[in-house]
Design a protein around this ligand. Structure first.
Ligand SMILES: [Zn+2]
Length: 321
C-alpha cells in the first residue's frame, strides 16, 4: 500500500516521493479463500445475486466486507445486513503497470481501497481505469459484474470509473431505516434481557430483534423476551487478540438462545477453548447492573451451564429447519 514505505530506506532517500509500488494486496483467484463463517458467507451469497452487503455494528457503522466483530470495539456485529453501493469512491491505490500471471486483469490496473456508498469501511478491489492518470482520490467507480456469478469476491470482475458524475443521493433509501429494532434490543440488554421480534406469520422469534421478518418480509410488531440460556451451534477458536476478548485463544460462537429461532454471535468463556463443543449448553454472564450500558459489552460472555449437551440433530425448537 502506498503508505507502507520500506523501513530500511535511509531517511534522506524518503524525502522525494517515490512512484507507487505495485504489491500483492490480494491474490486472485483463490484470494479470500478461507473457511467462511455465516457473516462472510452471507456477503458472498449476496454477491452471487449482484448485491454488495455490509453488516451494521452496534455503533451504527456499516462494515464492508462484513466482519463478525467490530474491529473498533470488539463487539459482535448486530447481524443486520445493509445493501451498499454498488458505486463508491476511490481512497488510495497502487498502480500495477505490468500485470503478472494470476493478476485479475491482463492490462495495467490499480489495486484500490474503495469506500462504497453507505459503507463506513473500505474494501480492496481492482479498478480498470485505462491508465494511471485516470486514478485520483475521490474517483467515482462502480462494479463491473461477471456474466456468471458464483458467490465469490471475483463475481465483481473489477470496478470502473463512472461515466458521469452522480449527484443523486444514492444513500437515501438506506437512511430511512429507523434503527428502532436495534435500540429496542439494546434497551433489553441494558436491563439484562434478550428482546426478540416475533413473526406471527412464520411463528419465528428473531434475536436480536429486527423490524422485518427475513423469511416473509412482513413488519414485526411483536416483541418476545427470550432466555439468557442457549446452545452452541457452531463456534470458532480465535488466535488473534480482540479488544473485547479476555485472552487468546478465545472462542466466538453462534448461540441459539432458548426461545429464539436464529442464533446470535457471542463469546464463550469460563471454559478452556479446546473444550467448547457444538451442542454445549451455555448461559450469559452479565456484568453487574451498575456497570451496564446500552451495549453488548453488558454480556461478558456465555459460560457453560453444566447441563447435558443438546442434541443438535433433533432440529430447532419452534419449527425451524
Ligand atoms: Zn415471517
Amino acid at each position: 500500500m502506498p503508505s507502507d514505505a520500506p523501513t530500511d530506506v535511509p531517511t534522506d532517500a524518503r524525502a522525494v516521493p517515490e512512484p507507487l509500488e505495485a504489491r500483492h494486496v490480494l491474490e486472485f483467484p483463490g484470494g479470500y479463500t478461507r473457511s467462511t463463517g455465516p457473516v462472510i458467507g452471507r456477503f458472498l451469497t449476496e454477491l452471487r445475486d449482484r448485491r454488495i452487503v455490509g453488516v451494521r455494528t452496534a455503533a451504527e457503522r456499516v462494515l464492508v466486507p462484513p466482519l463478525e466483530y467490530d474491529p473498533a470495539t470488539g463487539e459482535s456485529v448486530t447481524g443486520e445486513y445493509v445493501e451498499v453501493g454498488p458505486a463508491g469512491t476511490v481512497e488510495t491505490w497502487a498502480w500495477v503497470s505490468a500485470p503478472r500471471p494470476g493478476h485479475p486483469l491482463d492490462r495495467p490496473f490499480a489495486w484500490a481501497t474503495i469506500r462504497l456508498d453507505g459503507a463506513d469501511t473500505s474494501l480492496v478491489h481492482v479498478v480498470d481505469a485505462g491508465g494511471s492518470r485516470a486514478m485520483r482520490p475521490g474517483l467515482r467507480v462502480r462494479p463491473r459484474w461477471r456474466t456468471e456469478t458464483s458467490g465469490h469476491i471475483t463475481d465483481i470482475e473489477c470496478f470502473v470509473p463512472e461515466a458521469t458524475m452522480i449527484t443523486a443521493p444514492v444513500r437515501a433509501e438506506y437512511r430511512v431505516r429507523p434503527g428502532r429494532a436495534l435500540t429496542r434490543f439494546l434497551e433489553g440488554i441494558r436491563d439484562g434481557v434478550f428482546v426478540g421480534g416475533y413473526c406471527a406469520g412464520c411463528d419465528q422469534v428473531y434475536v436480536p430483534y429486527r423490524i422485518s421478518c427475513p423469511a416473509c418480509g412482513s413488519v414485526i410488531e411483536e416483541e418476545r423476551e427470550v432466555a439468557d440460556t442457549g446452545t452452541v451451534e457452531t463456534f470458532a477458536i480465535n488466535n488473534l487478540p480482540d479488544p473485547r476478548a479476555p485472552e487468546v485463544p478465545f472462542v466466538s460462537a453462534y448461540i441459539l438462545l432458548d426461545g429464539a429461532d436464529i442464533p446470535m454471535i457471542a463469546l464463550v468463556g469460563g471454559i478452556p477453548a479446546h473444550e467448547v463443543r457444538q451442542g454445549m449448553r451455555v448461559r450469559a454472564v452479565w456484568v453487574p447492573p451498575e456497570e451496564r450500558t446500552m451495549s453488548m459489552t453488558n454480556i461478558r460472555w456465555f459460560a457453560p451451564t453444566g447441563e447435558p449437551d443438546a442434541d443438535l440433530s433433533a432440529g430447532r425448537p419452534g419449527g425451524g429447519d
